[in-house]
Design a binder for this molecule. Structure first.
Ligand code: CIZ
Ligand code: SF4
Length: 352
């Protein structure tokens, strides 16, 4: 890390004081996390975004969909800033509003849209969250996907769920947490007519999984797990539910980033973990626990390139712009979109 940039960030932050609130996602670089007032996964950060109403500016060190959610959940006087506008998410980009409207029309043609509940992962655009709210669905994260599905099939009375946009989180949660089988799940491919499915398949499915995935977590394989077990004797394999089904079944434990952090923190000295999630977080856990062996599940997988776009030059630029009275890279969600998206986010925050 560049000491000059760190000194400039510290000086600007001190000048701004309570006027700025810096949120840092667990997948951010160490040097950026050092300046975060709070850190968390997307669920925790969504809950915390509105925690400091006196802050005029929220610098979101994470990716675009998270900044959009923060704008939706915070007051109109609070400006949300994404230090680099190119910090998107390839998974969120895999479901566009037009494609999802088309899928809903396909469900209507099959006569089942009224009994289908949209459940959308936080990792989606504000437009997808708005679609979800307009159809009385809910947002979920990997921390509460089980509760979201239980609500959709329970209190909400759905017969099937349209799960957007991460097929792996949807499948892993349905099978491991709700006792469904592969046969209950179908994959809707937005590039094919009617998602590549028959009307009977749309009707009979309990989980209609969108064909989306994370370009980082989707790269771990069954072989990654086998190889790490051979390399590190007695290792506990801990993976995120964005990993493919074959990886989750081969692993020992599965859970959100918050779950992974808690599991490693609670383990006794001398324990060994191979972790299948973003590399910045795995390295940070390894540094924090020198008494434990912590390895990355697959050495050929790399950082999330868009998370890593938020670096010290961008953070310093955002902070110093605020000091000058400028508000660069502000993320604002149009009220037509924000209102139904907020409804879907509030439904998530109200899950039991
Ligand atoms: O993969 C991601 O972007 C995750 C895990 C987000 C989050 O914190 O839920
Ligand atoms: Fe998107 Fe995956 Fe990066 Fe998360 S880790 S921001 S899901 S591409």
């Amino acid at each position: 890390a560049d000491p000059d940039l760190a000194a400039r960030a510290a000086a600007a932050k001190a000048t701004l004081g309570e006027r700025v609130f810096i949120l840092g996602h667990h997948y951010q670089r160490d040097e950026v996390i050092a300046f975060a007032d709070v850190t968390g996964d997307s669920f925790k950060l969504a809950q915390l975004a509105a925690a400091r109403p006196e802050a005029e500016a929220i610098i979101f060190c994470g990716v675009h969909f998270m900044a959009e959610s923060a704008d939706i959940l915070t007051g109109p006087h609070q400006k949300v800033i994404l230090p680099d506008l190119a910090a998107g998410c390839s998974m969120a980009d895999m479901a566009t509003a037009e494609q999802v409207e088309q899928a809903w029309d396909d469900l209507a043609d099959a006569g089942v849209e009224a009994t289908t509940v949209p459940v959308s992962y936080m990792n989606s655009s504000a437009a997808i969250k708005a679609f979800t709210g307009r159809h009385d669905g809910t947002i979920c994260t990997s921390s509460n996907a089980r509760r979201a599905l239980e609500w959709a099939f329970g209190a909400r009375g759905g017969e099937r769920v349209l799960f957007l946009p991460d097929q792996h989180l949807g499948r892993n949660t349905a099978i491991a947490e709700l006792g469904m089988t592969e046969a209950d799940c179908v994959v809707y491919d937005p590039r094919r007519p009617r998602g590549g499915l028959s009307q009977a398949q749309l009707r009979d499915a309990k989980m209609i999984l969108w064909r989306g995935h994370c370009s980082v977590h989707g790269r771990f394989t069954r072989q990654s797990v086998d190889e790490v077990r051979a390399r590190v004797p007695g290792v506990t394999v801990l993976v995120h539910p964005e990993c493919r089904r074959e990886v989750v079944t081969a692993a020992d434990r599965v859970g959100s980033t918050e779950y992974i952090i808690a599991a490693v923190d609670a383990a006794s000295p001398g324990s060994a973990f191979a972790i299948g999630t973003e590399l910045n977080l795995v390295r940070r856990l390894s540094t924090r626990h020198p008494d434990k062996t912590i390895v990355f599940l697959d050495r050929t997988v790399c950082f999330c390139s868009t998370m890593n776009r938020i670096d010290m030059p961008h953070l310093v630029w955002a902070l110093e712009s605020l000091v000058r009275g400028e508000t660069p890279n502000q993320i604002t969600v149009d009220p037509d979109v924000a209102t139904p998206a907020r409804k879907a986010l509030d439904q998530m925050l109200a899950l039991p």
